[in-house]
Design a protein. Structure first.
Length: 114
């Protein structure tokens, strides 16, 4: 199983970034997917999740209305569209597959700064 995040980098307050997580080694369409983040010096936290059936989405209160999670089962990829970025969104972002024991990507750094 492999999960590879991309799309991180430097974002500006009020700006946007789009993260991608390309998956392989399991039946992507059958499993719920999540995005987590770990700010510097803090614990990892759930940002957003999308179900395998009917694409039901949930969001952390801190990102609701600003971030959108989506998935493309044909491409085995989950996305996180991040808008209206804030400095407190600075973190390493990880995708997570609720398949088997659970699988993590390696993470991608997002830094929001002017």
């Amino acid at each position: 199983v492999q999960l590879v995040e991309s799309g991180g980098g430097l974002g500006h307050p009020g700006g946007s970034l789009r993260l991608s997580c390309a998956s392989s080694g399991f039946t992507f369409s059958s499993y719920d997917m999540r995005w987590y983040r770990q700010p510097p010096g803090k614990a990892r936290e759930l940002v957003a999740a999308i179900s395998s059936v009917r694409n039901v989405r949930i969001y952390a209160d801190s990102v609701k209305g600003r971030f959108t999670i989506s998935r493309d089962n044909a491409k085995n990829t989950v996305y996180l569209e991040m808008n209206s970025l804030k400095p407190e969104d600075t973190a390493v972002y990880y995708c997570y597959a609720l398949a088997g024991p659970g699988y993590w990507g390696q993470g991608t750094q997002v830094t929001v700064s002017s």
